[in-house]
Design a protein around this ligand. Structure first.
Ligand SMILES: C[S@@+](CC[C@H](N)C(=O)[O-])C[C@H]1O[C@@H](n2cnc3c(N)ncnc32)[C@H](O)[C@@H]1O
Length: 280
C-alpha cells in the first residue's frame, strides 16, 4: 500500500464512528443523489454488483433489494467501523445476499470479469492512483458490465460546503490552497478529468451528466447542527491547539450561518454533482 493509500485508510477508519453516528442525517442529504445513480445502473434481479466506498451500507442494502435473492451485492470500503454498521444493518434487514469487504477498492483483487455492475455514491473519489483504481474496477466487471457513480462537482457549485467553509474562514482566515486533483471529495470535479481517467482505465461509453439539486441538511437545534458541521466538514477543521475563545467564535459563525439558512422545513443547501456511467 502506498503512503497516500495508507493515510486515506487511516483517515476513513478514524472518521468511521462519526459517519456511523450521523448516518441518518447524511443519508437524508445523499439519498436523492444515490437514487439517481442507482436508476442509471438499473440493476436487474440476479445480477452481481459492487458498491464502492459503501460506508454504512445504505446503498448496498438498496441494491441488494433490487438484485433479489438470486443476485448478490458486495459493499467494499476501507473503513472497518463503517462496515461493522453496514453488516449489522444487513443482518437486521435479513438481506443475506449482501456481503462486505474491508479493502481498498482501487487495488483489491476482485474476481475478474465477474460483476454485472459497479456502483458508488460519493465513495469513488479517494483512489490514491485513480487510473489504476478505475482499471481495477474495469477488470472486475464482465465485458459490457456497467459502472454508475455519483461524485461532487466543484466546491464553488456546492453551497453545502462553501457556506460553512466561509463561516469558519471569517474567524480562521482562508484555508491553505489544496491540489484539486488530490484524492478527496472534489477530486473528480472536472468532467474532462473524469473522462480522461476512465478512458485511460479502459472504460468505454462514458457519459457524464450534471445533476443539480437542493440537499437536505435536516432539522435540529443550532448547537446540534454546528456540532455536525464541526465533526464532518474538513473545511471547518479547527487547529488542534486553537484556544477556547477561537473555537467559540468559530461555533458562533457557524451558528449564525445555520440561523440564516433555517426554514420551517429545516435546512437545505445547494448541491451539484456528476452522474457518471461507463462500460467495461
Ligand atoms: C463520502 S463517504 C460515502 C459513503 C457512502 N457511499 C454513502 O454514500 O454514505 C466515502 C466512503 O468511501 C470510502 N473509501 C475511501 N477510499 C476508499 C477506497 N480506496 N476503497 C474503498 N472505499 C473507500 C470511505 O471509507 C467512505 O466510507
Amino acid at each position: 500500500m502506498t503512503n497516500v493509500a495508507e493515510e486515506l485508510r487511516s483517515y476513513w477508519n478514524d472518521r468511521g464512528p462519526v459517519w456511523v453516528e450521523y448516518r441518518e442525517r447524511l443519508d437524508g442529504m445523499l439519498a436523492p443523489l444515490g437514487e439517481a445513480a442507482v436508476a442509471r445502473l438499473h440493476p436487474d434481479p440476479g445480477e452481481h454488483v459492487l458498491d464502492i466506498g459503501c460506508g454504512t451500507g445504505t446503498t448496498s442494502l438498496e441494491l441488494a433489494r433490487l438484485v433479489g435473492a438470486s443476485g448478490h451485492v458486495i459493499g467494499v470500503d476501507v473503513s472497518a467501523p463503517m462496515l461493522d454498521e453496514a453488516r449489522r444493518r444487513a443482518a437486521d434487514a435479513g438481506l443475506d445476499n449482501t456481503s462486505f469487504v474491508v479493502a481498498d477498492a482501487g487495488a483489491h483483487q476482485f474476481e475478474p470479469r465477474h460483476y454485472d455492475g459497479a456502483f458508488s455514491r460519493m465513495g469513488i473519489m479517494f483512489f490514491a492512483e485513480p487510473v489504476a483504481g478505475f482499471a481495477n474496477l474495469r477488470r472486475a466487471l464482465r465485458p459490457g458490465g456497467r459502472l454508475s457513480f455519483v461524485c461532487w462537482r466543484s466546491p464553488s457549485e456546492n453551497s453545502w460546503v462553501t457556506e460553512p467553509g466561509q463561516a469558519v474562514a471569517e474567524v480562521l482566515g482562508p484555508p491553505a490552497p489544496m491540489d484539486p486533483d488530490a484524492p478527496g471529495p472534489f477530486s473528480l470535479a472536472s468532467a474532462d478529468r473524469i473522462s480522461s481517467i476512465l478512458t485511460e482505465a479502459g472504460l468505454v461509453d462514458i457519459d457524464i451528466t450534471p445533476h443539480d439539486l437542493p440537499l437536505s441538511i435536516g432539522i435540529g437545534a443550532t448547537d446540534e447542527l454546528v456540532r455536525y458541521y464541526l465533526d464532518l466538514l474538513p473545511a471547518t477543521a479547527i487547529p488542534e491547539n486553537a484556544e477556547v475563545h477561537v473555537i467559540d467564535r468559530v461555533k458562533a459563525a457557524l451558528g449564525a450561518m445555520v440561523e440564516r439558512r433555517r426554514t420551517p422545513d429545516g435546512i437545505t443547501m445547494g448541491g451539484a454533482a456528476w452522474l457518471v456511467s461507463a462500460r467495461a
